[in-house]
Design a protein around this ligand. Structure first.
Ligand code: SF4
Ligand code: FE
Length: 491
C-alpha cells in the first residue's frame, strides 16, 4: 500500500498535529488572483482549517462519539473514518456532528469523506459480487490505511456539469464531468473539475465519485478512485465567502473569528491514479445507486446544522438578554419557535439513523426517506431561524460601526456610551453577540448555515424527487379506503 503524498507516516492525534500535517505541501491553491504560498498561514483560509482541526480535538467527554472500533482492523479509529456497522453507529455520527456544529458554529467539512467511504464500501461489494472484480478488498485496504494514519478524506462528487439539460456524453466539452482520459498498465489518468468541494484543500486525500446516473456511452465517467491532494495535475481555486476579507482586518467585526467553512473548485488535469486506488472503472450501471446511497448518508449528516442552530439560538437569547428584555413573552415565544425548528431538523436526522438497515456488505445505511426529510427541513428551517434571530437582535445587527471606530480614542467612548444595552453588560459583549448573528445569517458563516443548507447534498428538488419515490401512496390509499368504507378494489 503506497501512501504517496501522505505528509505524515505517523497517525495524527491532535488538531495541532493535523494543522502541522498540512504545512509545506506546495499545493496549487489560488485565492484573490494569487497563488497562496502556505494556506495554513493565510488569514482567510485559516478559520476553515481550525474547523477541520476540531474533528481531531474531541475532549474526554466526547471520546465515545469521536472514536469507534474499526470493522476492518478492530483498532479504535476516528469516527469520520469509521464504517458503520449498526444503527447505533449511525446515531453516534449524528450526535458527533451536532456537537461539532456547536463547537465551531460552521461547517467542519469532514463528513463528505465519511459518507463517501460508507457508500463506496457497499457499492464495491455489490459490483464485485456481480462482476467478479476486486474493488471491495482494494477499498478496504485503502480505508484501513486512512484509519491507521487518521487522515482527512475529501469526498469529491459534484461535477461542474455544464449544460444542465445534457448529461456527460452530451456536453460540447467532455471535461465538464470528471472522466478517464487515458490509461496505461499501471493506472488511469483523469481530467475534469469538481465544484463546491467542501474542505478539499484541508484534506489529505480525495475520494472521487460520479455525481449522477450514467448511461452505457458514459463508461469513462463511471470512475471511483482515491488520490492524494498533492497529486500532480490538481489545481484548487478557493471559493470566496461573504465578508471573508474581514478576517484580514481584525477580530471583532468577523463575528466568529475562529472558525469558517471551505469550498473550492478542484480542477483535474490528467491526474494519475494507480489501479490500487481505483474502486469503480466503467461499471456505469452502479453510478445512480452510488449517488443514492451517498445522499442517504449525507442528507442525514445535515444534522450538523442543528448544532450550528444551537449557537444561533444562544446568540439570539444573549442579544435579548443584553437588550434587557429576556422575559418578554414574545421574545420567549420566538426562542421557543427557533428551538422547535432546530429540534425538528435533529429529530429527522437521528430517526433516519435509528431506522437504518444492514447492507449485504455488512455496513449500515440510514433510512432513505427520513434522510431526505431531514435534508428538506434543513433547506428551510435555518432561514426562518435566521429571520427570528435578526428579529430578536434588532436593527443594530446590520448598522454597527466597525471595530476600527470602536477602538478609536475619540469615537470609541461615544460608541461605548450609546450602544450599551443593559447597564451591567459591557457594550463590547453586546457588539460581539450581534456580530455573531450577522456572521451566521448574513456574513461568512451564512455560507454554511444558509446557502449550503439549501444546496449542499443536493438542492431542495433533489430531495423531493426521492421523497416522492419513497412514499407509498397506494398503501396509504388502502388505509383510507378501508376506514371510509370504500371497497378495496374500487377506484
Ligand atoms: Fe459536515 Fe454539515 Fe459541513 Fe456537510 S455541511 S461537511 S454535513 S458539517
Ligand atoms: Fe455538504
Amino acid at each position: 500500500m503506497t501512501t504517496a503524498g501522505d505528509p505524515s507516516p505517523q497517525s495524527i492525534r491532535t488538531g495541532v498535529e493535523y494543522i502541522d500535517s498540512l504545512r509545506g505541501r506546495n499545493l496549487a491553491v489560488y485565492l484573490f488572483g494569487e497563488r497562496v504560498a502556505e494556506p495554513v498561514d493565510h488569514p482567510v483560509i485559516r478559520p476553515s482549517i481550525n474547523a477541520m482541526a476540531a474533528t481531531y480535538d474531541a475532549g474526554p467527554d466526547d471520546l465515545d462519539l469521536a472514536t469507534a472500533p474499526s470493522n476492518l482492523t478492530g483498532e479504535p479509529v476516528n469516527r469520520f473514518l469509521h464504517v458503520t456497522t449498526s444503527a447505533a453507529d449511525l446515531v453516534a455520527q449524528g450526535k458527533m456532528q451536532r456537537r461539532l456544529g456547536q463547537v465551531t458554529g460552521t461547517c467542519f467539512q469532514r463528513c463528505v469523506g465519511m459518507d463517501g467511504i460508507n457508500s463506496v464500501f457497499s457499492i464495491t461489494f455489490d459490483v464485485d459480487a456481480a462482476h467478479g472484480t476486486d474493488f471491495h478488498p482494494r477499498f478496504r485496504a485503502w480505508v484501513a490505511e486512512m484509519q491507521r494514519l487518521n487522515l482527512v478524506i475529501g469526498g469529491a462528487m459534484t461535477d461542474v456539469k455544464g449544460d444542465r439539460g445534457k448529461g456527460p456524453a452530451g456536453q460540447a466539452d467532455p471535461d465538464l464531468f470528471v472522466r478517464v482520459v487515458r490509461r496505461d498498465e499501471r493506472g488511469l489518468f483523469i481530467s475534469g473539475a469538481k465544484a463546491h468541494q467542501t474542505g478539499a484543500i484541508n484534506s489529505h486525500w480525495l475520494l472521487v465519485m460520479p455525481g449522477q446516473r450514467l448511461t452505457e456511452n458514459e463508461r469513462d465517467y463511471a470512475v471511483v478512485c482515491a488520490l492524494p491532494v498533492t497529486a500532480p495535475g490538481l489545481t484548487y481555486v478557493y471559493g470566496r465567502q461573504s465578508c471573508d476579507s474581514r478576517s484580514l482586518e481584525g477580530d471583532l467585526d468577523v463575528g466568529n473569528a475562529g472558525f469558517a467553512g471551505q469550498e473550492a473548485l478542484v480542477i483535474f488535469d490528467e491526474v494519475f491514479v494507480p489501479y490500487e486506488h481505483v474502486f469503480l472503472d466503467g461499471e456505469f450501471e452502479y453510478a445512480g445507486e452510488l449517488v443514492e446511497r451517498f445522499t442517504a448518508y449525507h442528507r442525514r449528516s445535515y444534522v450538523c446544522k442543528a448544532g450550528v442552530g444551537d449557537v444561533l439560538i444562544g446568540a439570539a437569547a444573549l442579544a435579548a438578554d443584553y437588550n434587557g428584555v429576556p422575559n418578554a413573552s414574545h421574545i420567549r415565544d420566538k426562542l421557543v419557535e427557533m428551538a422547535h425548528l432546530n429540534e425538528t431538523i435533529y429529530a429527522a436526522g437521528i430517526a433516519a439513523s435509528h431506522e437504518g438497515h444492514r447492507t449485504p456488505a455488512g455496513n449500515w445505511e440510514p433510512d432513505v426517506l427520513l434522510a431526505n426529510v431531514c435534508k428538506q427541513n434543513v433547506t428551510r428551517f435555518p432561514y426562518e431561524m435566521g429571520r427570528l434571530a435578526q428579529d430578536l437582535a434588532g436593527g443594530n445587527v446590520v448598522t454597527l460601526p466597525s471595530e476600527q471606530d470602536w477602538r478609536h480614542p475619540e469615537v470609541g467612548p461615544l460608541l461605548d456610551k450609546y450602544l450599551r444595552g443593559r447597564v451591567d453588560v459591557p457594550t463590547e459583549h453586546r457588539l460581539r453577540a450581534l456580530r455573531l448573528i450577522e456572521n451566521m445569517t448574513l456574513g461568512r458563516n451564512a455560507v454554511g448555515y444558509l446557502a449550503e443548507s439549501l444546496h449542499g447534498a443536493g438542492s431542495p428538488q433533489a430531495q423531493r424527487v426521492v421523497i416522492r419515490r419513497q412514499v407509498d401512496l397506494e398503501a396509504k390509499k388502502v388505509l383510507a379506503r378501508r376506514l371510509a368504507g370504500i371497497p378495496p378494489d374500487a377506484a
